[in-house]
Design a protein around this ligand. Structure first.
Ligand code: ADP
Length: 553
């Protein structure tokens, strides 16, 4: 027997309609490319998103057609989020930090009809345009008087397009399983692959994202969106913000620590989302400018950190400097992205802070709607005992079922489990601990050494800005960990000091065989350590330097 409730489709347009009606005056604050602050409201964003939908129709962009963006976090990009999807077209957010060749591949593969771009990407667009036969036009995200002299076919002005439309547009109703946004994984190896979200998957993700034990988003929040709108739906924060009427603060392209700090302070941000590199830089900057800062101006109650493991020292700094709870999350572009979230259980209430940081350093617990499990090489499920390590798998209504255009073939098994490529343990309480990406694991004499834990310990050293552990080839043990250290500006640290610092904190056979001090560490376009490059450059380090691990340990 079927239930007798209404089959209203779950559509993203309902979010902006809600925000407009019930939180119309709530501000959307953007830092523009020239550094000035722009203030808009949900009412304005909603009205302009409707104008945009009208403009798309006039341009011949239809249901399911892709619209690409090359843009930073700003009110116009937010309007595209709602305008394009609400109209039934597919918003394809392109990561402009990728190599031009990858960007070209992605836009071409997605067959986008139009590219909306920020003025900081003029040269990129000019370079790509001659090789993008599907693209019918390029829309500059600016006013008429700011229009650049770009040599691309059919150059249009965003504000002109909107001015030509009116606000009277009714969001269409269609199947909630329709595609809404498209985001490519960065593909450190091979071509990037498209993850195609649906209205339904994103609405369900939004409902869960708002929950108290997930991000606890509310109308009282002012959310600083440091995570880019082009990275996995900015972790769902824009949708959760509209669904609750939370204020949104969009930092544009200015992601230096001073700009972030002042914006967070001036806009009373209570929640911020970003990757650990952002936080590492922020705390290094705060240390250098401590005397002139009044840290009590920062009102953050929680920060959301994901993308790579967040060091325990960062968790501690947020707590001690600002009284901010760091919510450590794990997910992937393929999981919309939230899969686990680092909220506490009643039993943690009595924990002292040090013990609590240990819990927060784990990658968070399963949330309703997204199942996780561990399996061994043969696909057999492993126990959740906090010790056994295996491959992490996920399934749920906002987990990928296959990549766009079938790339990569069958990526889920017959029961719907998606192989994440991450190696993890799960505690009896359900907290996931990521020890490595499968391809980054150090396999020493048949045993696995998790690079993430060593990196986290290393960055707790006061002179260390960032650390990376890679597998270096070893004549006897096949692979041994090599620690690379990027010190803080002006700080000096030696190999012996680092080894001494780690000694006693990890088991002896996990101790890195050597420590290399470097000027900088390479990152991927999504801010992860680029370990493929490090392995290329340093994979033979131990062979070249014939360091004897055991002699040192
Ligand atoms: P990419 O496009 O680089 O794949 P994703 O954001 O999709 O970007 O990357 C997902 C991967 O990032 C995960 O499979 C995992 O390896 C890593 N990751 C995400 N969050 C965490 C975390 N909290 N701790 C450790 N690794 C993480």
């Amino acid at each position: 027997m079927l239930g007798l409730m209404q089959q209203r489709p779950l559509l993203l347009s309902s979010l902006i309609e809600y925000a407009e009606r019930y939180h119309g005056e709530t501000e959307i604050v953007s830092r523009l490319l020239d550094g000035t602050i722009h203030r808009s409201t949900y009412r304005q964003v909603a009205a302009r998103a409707r104008r945009l939908a009208g403009a798309l129709r006039r341009l011949g962009v239809g249901y399911g057609d892709r619209v690409a963006t090359l843009a930073w976090n700003s009110f116009r990009h937010l309007e595209l989020y709602f305008g394009v999807t609400g109209a039934g077209s597919v918003l394809h957010t392109v990561n402009p930090r990728l190599f031009p060749e990858q960007i070209h591949y992605i836009i071409d593969h997605a067959e986008g009809g139009y590219v909306f771009f920020d003025l900081s990407f003029i040269e990129l667009v000019e370079e790509l345009a001659p090789r993008l036969p599907h693209v019918r036009g390029y829309v500059a995200l600016c006013e008429r008087h700011e229009m650049p002299a770009v040599k691309v076919p059919n150059l249009l002005c965003y504000e002109d397009l909107l001015a030509a439309e009116n606000e009277e547009y009714d969001w269409p109703e269609f199947d909630e399983n329709s595609a809404s946004t498209l985001c490519y994984t960065s593909g450190t190896t091979g071509n990037p692959k498209g993850v195609l979200y649906s209205h339904r998957s994103q609405m369900l993700h939004t409902f869960v994202a708002m929950a108290a034990d997930v991000m606890a988003v509310s109308a009282r929040d002012s959310i600083m969106l440091i995570v880019p709108l082009f990275h996995a739906n900015a972790w769902g924060l824009p949708f959760a913000a509209a669904a609750t009427g939370a204020k949104l603060v969009l930092p544009g392209m200015r992601l230096d620590s001073e700009s972030i700090y002042t914006l967070m302070r001036d806009e009373g941000c209570t929640l911020a989302g970003g990757i650990p590199t952002i936080w590492l830089n922020l705390f290094t900057w705060i240390e250098q400018n401590r005397e002139r800062l009044n840290l009590s101006d920062i009102k953050l109650t929680r920060v959301l950190s994901g993308g790579t493991a967040v060091p325990r020292s960062t968790i501690e700094k947020f707590q001690t400097l600002f009284g901010t709870y760091l919510l450590h999350a794990w997910g992937m572009t393929e999981t919309s992205p939230i899969a686990t979230m680092g909220s506490l259980l009643p039993k943690h209430a009595g924990y002292d802070l040090q013990a609590r940081y240990d819990v927060q350093a784990l990658q968070g617990r399963s949330i309703i709607g997204c199942e996780v499990r561990l399996v061994d090489d043969a696909g057999k499920e492993l126990p959740r005992d906090g010790q056994t390590v295996g491959e992490l798998q996920v399934r749920g209504p906002w987990v990928i079922s296959g990549y766009f255009k079938g790339e990569g073939g069958q990526v889920v098994d017959q029961d719907g489990w998606f192989r994440t490529g991450d190696v993890a343990a799960i505690t009896p309480d359900g907290y996931v601990q990521i020890t490595d990406r499968a391809k980054d694991v150090v396999k020493s004499g048949g045993e696995w050494i998790g690079s993430i834990e060593i990196e986290n310990l290393a960055v707790a050293h006061p002179a260390v800005h960032e650390a990376a552990v890679i597998a270096a080839r070893h004549p006897k043990w096949q692979e041994r960990p090599l620690l690379l250290i990027h010190p803080k500006p002006g700080a000096v640290v030696t190999k012996d000091e680092m080894l001494q610092f780690l000694s006693g904190k990890i088991v002896k056979w996990w101790m890195p065989d050597d420590v290399v001090i470097v000027d900088a560490l390479p990152h991927t376009a999504t801010g992860k350590l680029l370990k493929t490059k490090l392995r290329q450059d340093y994979g033979d380090w131990l062979e070249r330097h014939s360091v004897d691990a055991r002699a040192q340990a």
